[in-house]
Every structure is written in structure tokens, then in C-alpha cells.
Design a protein around this ligand. Structure first.
Ligand SMILES: C[S@@+](CC[C@H](N)C(=O)[O-])C[C@H]1O[C@@H](n2cnc3c(N)ncnc32)[C@H](O)[C@@H]1O
Length: 276
């Protein structure tokens, strides 16, 4: 059985995955698509440790601008404060809280709201979209991106994903004597691109720009995503995270080896919406 040292994971977060250049690329592209202007007031919802907040600051910074980083996790917010220390107080404000209570956290309407790599984590999407709409100025924009939607794995990557899961299941069985609990549904239901559009439309938004960006993910990206708790719970329901992370990472290595590939594609959905 593999030890923690062998798995070498970092607390089942997305952090390692987020360090890959393709992640920076999809966030930068969403900020560019939104077409921010100097002096705007912007909310970065689910700001995490502030990577996207920094990209937003670069677009709007002047003496009038304000960027409000909203994040429920105290730990992430502390890291964000350190990462953005040079802007703290003057340009960037930090607020602890979830998207579900945005109107209570940000009272004055803002020009733009971002929700990057997080919307799939929200159970109450209607409620959150309502909060966002209330917090936006009349001509404001709401931008989000996600790679946890139905369609994130393109057809060309199907062979790899199938092989990956097969290998991971074998490793799990052989080295841990475990199998996923088939009776448990995926922890979170993933929406399709069309369902996201319908969700926006039914909550008072219209899509202004929408792109699917294909990124090439190297083996290290799949090893990193193997350590993400939501991914493990989704594909290997009921399996302890430690064992799941190990089996998925090893499965990815074996699948890459067998298929003789050095990368595999993954889609990111990018959406900029405005009031309908
Ligand atoms: C994968 S991180 C993304 C961080 C950053 N936006 C980025 O793109 O790199 C997801 C973040 O969403 C936050 N989050 C989870 N549920 C949330 C909610 N209901 N409202 C706001 N943020 C939430 C998490 O705490 C986490 O920091």
C-alpha cells in the first residue's frame, strides 16, 4: 500500500493543478474577453489565493479603481492578502464570505463580477446568480470559467480518459483491495455548456461572449488533478482520498505510457454575460 510520502499530495486541493501555465492562460483569456476599463469596481468571487484578482488589478488599476476579493475560506483569504500585499487597502479589499450572500457583502453596485474555476462548486446556482445580478450595475458584466462541466473531456481524449480510469480502478483493487461505491451518485452534478447558458437566461442574464478553450494537459497536470478532492470523489465515489489520489495518479502515468502520449486535451468553458 502506498504511503503519504509516496503519494506526495498537498491536502487534496487544486493548488498544484492551478500552477500549470494552461491555467493562467484560461484565466487571462477570460479577463481579456470581459474588456475591463481603468477605474472600474470589480468583484472577484471565490478569489482563492488571488491569482485572478491580480490579473483584474492589472486591467483596472488607477486612483478610482477598486477590486473586491470575496472568498469563503479564511486560509485562502490570508494567502491572498499576502500575495496582494502591495495593493491592500488602496486598491484591493478582502471580504470573507460565500457567493450566496454577495448582496450583504458588497452593497454598492459594481461594474464586473468574476467567478473563476468555482461556479461548479456551488449547489444553489440560481440563488448565486440572483445575488450577482443584484450586485451588478445596469450595464455590468458577469464572467466565469470552468473545466468541470460536461464536455470538458473532448472526444479525442476519450481513449485516454477510459484507459486512465481502467488503470486507476485496477491499481485501487490490486494495491488497496478497494472499489468505488457504484451506488453513490457523482458528488456534484456537472452541467453542460447549454445548461449553463439556460441557467443564465432563466436568471436574467444573456451571454455576451462564450468560448471553449482547448488546453493541452501534460501528465503532470493529470497527476495534479488526481490530488483534488472533488475530482477523486466524482470519479471514485466512496473511496478514501489518499487511496483515490494514489490510484488516479498512477493510473494516469500508466495510461500515458501505454498510449505513448505526452499530453491530452481538456476544454475550458469561458462565459461573459450581461443583464438581459
Ligand atoms: C479552484 S478555486 C479557484 C480560485 C480562483 N478563482 C482561481 O480561479 O484560481 C475555487 C475557490 O472557490 C471558493 N468557493 C467555494 N465555494 C464557494 C462559494 N459558494 N462562494 C464563493 N466561493 C466559493 C473556494 O473556497 C476556492 O477558493
Amino acid at each position: 500500500m502506498a504511503s503519504t510520502a509516496e503519494t506526495g499530495h498537498t491536502g487534496f486541493t487544486l493548488d498544484k493543478f492551478a500552477q500549470h501555465p494552461f491555467y493562467h492562460e484560461v484565466n487571462k483569456r477570460l479577463v481579456a474577453l470581459t474588456q475591463l476599463a481603468k477605474g472600474q469596481r470589480v468583484v472577484d468571487l471565490g478569489a482563492g489565493t488571488g491569482a485572478v484578482t491580480r490579473l483584474i488589478v492589472q486591467e483596472v488599476a488607477n486612483h478610482e479603481a477598486e477590486v473586491i476579493a470575496v472568498e469563503p475560506s479564511e486560509t485562502a483569504l490570508e494567502v491572498a492578502k499576502r500575495n496582494l500585499e502591495e495593493f491592500r487597502g488602496a486598491l484591493v479589499r478582502f471580504i470573507q464570505g460565500g457567493a450566496e450572500m454577495l448582496t450583504q457583502l458588497v452593497k454598492k453596485p459594481v461594474d464586473a463580477i468574476f467567478f473563476c474555476n468555482a461556479i461548479h462548486l456551488v449547489e444553489e446556482k440560481d440563488q448565486v446568480l440572483h445575488e450577482i445580478l443584484q450586485t451588478l450595475r445596469e450595464d455590468g458584466t458577469f464572467s466565469f470559467n470552468t473545466s468541470f462541466y460536461l464536455g470538458a473531456e473532448p472526444p479525442e481524449a476519450e481513449l485516454f480518459y477510459r484507459r486512465w480510469m481502467m488503470k486507476a480502478l485496477r491499481v485501487l483493487k490490486k494495491e488497496y483491495g478497494l472499489s468505488p461505491d457504484k451506488t453513490r451518485a457523482e458528488a456534484r452534478h456537472r452541467l453542460t455548456e447549454d445548461e449553463y447558458v439556460a441557467l443564465l437566461n432563466s436568471n436574467g442574464f444573456k451571454v455576451r461572449d462564450k468560448e471553449v478553450v482547448r488546453v493541452q494537459v501534460p501528465l503532470s497536470g493529470f497527476e495534479a488533478i488526481s490530488e483534488y478532492s472533488l475530482w477523486i470523489e466524482g470519479v471514485l465515489p466512496g473511496v478514501p482520498l489518499e487511496a483515490g489520489a494514489y490510484a488516479l495518479a498512477k493510473g494516469a502515468r500508466l495510461a500515458f505510457e501505454e498510449l505513448g502520449i505526452t499530453e491530452s486535451p481538456r476544454n475550458w468553458l469561458l462565459v461573459v454575460a450581461s443583464r438581459a
